[in-house]
Design a protein around this ligand. Structure first.
Ligand code: ARG
Length: 354
C-alpha cells in the first residue's frame, strides 16, 4: 500500500465532500491500523466519478457527476460476476435512454478478458475478413475456449471472466440484453442494402480504475456513443468495416478521383445515417458538434471549481471536421491526474492462441 497515494486521495475526498480535518485524521488512522485501504462505498463512488473527470481522452466529461456506480466487490463466483454484468447492461441500456454506469469488482481477483462487454467478432476466412477486424485475436481466444460464432459480420462475442488466475469462464449474452441499431439513411433508401448495424452501449472493460493506489482491474464502464465513433471510425476505417467505398457506390459518387472528395462525402452521409438511425430508435447518441459544446461547458465548470482541465488533444478532437470545434484551436495540457482509468497488461491469453 502506498500511503502517499491513499492520503492524497482521502485529502481530495475530504475537501470536495467538505468533511473535517478530524475526519481525515481518523480515516487515515483506520487505514494504517487495517494495513490496507479498502475504499468505503462513498469513496468508491467519488473515486470512479473523479476518474472520469480526469480522463484526458474523453470529450463527454461534462456528465461525470451522473456516473452510476454498482459496487460488486463481494463477488468471486464467475456466474455471479456474469449476472452482475447482465444487470449492468440492462440498467445502462435503459430501453435506449442510456445511463453512464460503472460496475466495480474485487481488485486483484477479477479480470474480464473482453475489450468491451458488447463487441463484434472478427474472423479470418479464405474469402477475406468477416466481422470486425479489431476483434480477430480475441475471437480466436474465445474459439479456443470452446465458443462458436454464427459467422455473420455482427456476431456478439461472449463474456470471458477470470477469477483468481483460474481457467477463464465463457458466457453468452442473451440476445434480449443487446440493443442494436440498424443503420439507415433519412434520404438514401439504398443504405439498407449495406445491412449495417451497431450496438447501443459501449462498455469499456479492459481499463483499470486507480483510486488511492488501489487498482481495480475489472471495472467496466459506459457512456453513450458520439456518432463519429461509429460512423467515422468503426464502420469507416480501412482497418475496420471499411464501408466508404460501398457508401460512395451506393450514392453514385465518382471514386476514381481523390479530388472529387468522394471519401469526405461518403463519410458525411454515413455519419448522418448513424445519428439519424439512433435518434429514430430513441437510443442516446451525441453528434460531435454538440459534444464539443458540452466539453466547453465542462471547461467553464472546472474553471469555476479552480481545477485545471487536462486533455489529450489528438483524442479530444473529433475525427470529422475537427477544426469546426473550438477544441481544435486551443492547447490543452496532457497531465495525468488520479484517480483515473489506465491501460493495463493484456490478460494471459497467449496459451489459447498456440
Ligand atoms: N470508441 C469506442 C467504440 O467505438 C468506444 C469508446 C468509449 N466511447 C464512449 N462514447 N463512451 O466502440
Amino acid at each position: 500500500m502506498n500511503m502517499f497515494e491513499v492520503e492524497q486521495f482521502l485529502t481530495q475526498y475530504k475537501e470536495e465532500m467538505e468533511l473535517t480535518d478530524s475526519w481525515l485524521k481518523e480515516r487515515m488512522n483506520e487505514v494504517r491500523n487495517n494495513h490496507q485501504f479498502d475504499p468505503s462505498s462513498e469513496e468508491l463512488i467519488f473515486g470512479a466519478r473523479v476518474a472520469w473527470r480526469n480522463s484526458n481522452r474523453c470529450i463527454g466529461r461534462l456528465f461525470w457527476k451522473s456516473l452510476h456506480v454498482f459496487d460488486e466487490r463481494d463477488l468471486e463466483d464467475e456466474r455471479e460476476i456474469y449476472e452482475a454484468l447482465l444487470r449492468h447492461i440492462k440498467f445502462a441500456t435503459n430501453n435506449g435512454k442510456i445511463k453512464p454506469v460503472i460496475t466495480v469488482f474485487k481488485p486483484g481477483v477479477v479480470r474480464i478478458w473482453n475489450e468491451q462487454i458488447i463487441r463484434y467478432a472478427g474472423y479470418e476466412t479464405e474469402k477475406g475478413i468477416l466481422g470486425d477486424p479489431s476483434s480477430i485475436t480475441f475471437t480466436k481466444v474465445c474459439q479456443a475456449l470452446g465458443w462458436h460464432g454464427e459467422g455473420t459480420h455482427f456476431d456478439v462475442l461472449p463474456i470471458v471472466i477470470q477469477v483468481d488466475g483460474r481457467e477463464p469462464s465463457v458466457f453468452e449474452i442473451p440476445k434480449e440484453y443487446i440493443l442494436e441499431v440498424p443503420i439507415l439513411h433519412p434520404h438514401y433508401k439504398e443504405f439498407e442494402e449495406l445491412n449495417l448495424k451497431w450496438y447501443a452501449v459501449p462498455i469499456i472493460s479492459n481499463l483499470k480504475l486507480s483510486i488511492g493506489g488501489v487498482e481495480f482491474q475489472a471495472a467496466p464502464f459506459n457512456g453513450w456513443y458520439m456518432g463519429t465513433e461509429i460512423g467515422a471510425r468503426n464502420l469507416a476505417d480501412v482497418g475496420r468495416y471499411n464501408m466508404l467505398p460501398k457508401v460512395a457506390d451506393l450514392i453514385g459518387l465518382n471514386s476514381s478521383s481523390n479530388s472529387s472528395l468522394w471519401k469526405d462525402r461518403a463519410l458525411v452521409e454515413l455519419n448522418i445515417a448513424v445519428l439519424h438511425s439512433f435518434k429514430e430508435m430513441g437510443v442516446s447518441i451525441v453528434d460531435h458538434h454538440t459534444a464539443a459544446q458540452q466539453f466547453k461547458i465542462f471547461e467553464q465548470q472546472e474553471k469555476e471549481g479552480n481545477r485545471q482541465v487536462t486533455g489529450d488533444w489528438k483524442w479530444l478532437i473529433p475525427p470529422m471536421s475537427p477544426a469546426t470545434t473550438h477544441i481544435y484551436h486551443q492547447p490543452i495540457a496532457n497531465i495525468i491526474k488520479k484517480p483515473n482509468y489506465f491501460y493495463q497488461k493484456a490478460p494471459d491469453y497467449e496459451l489459447y492462441l498456440k
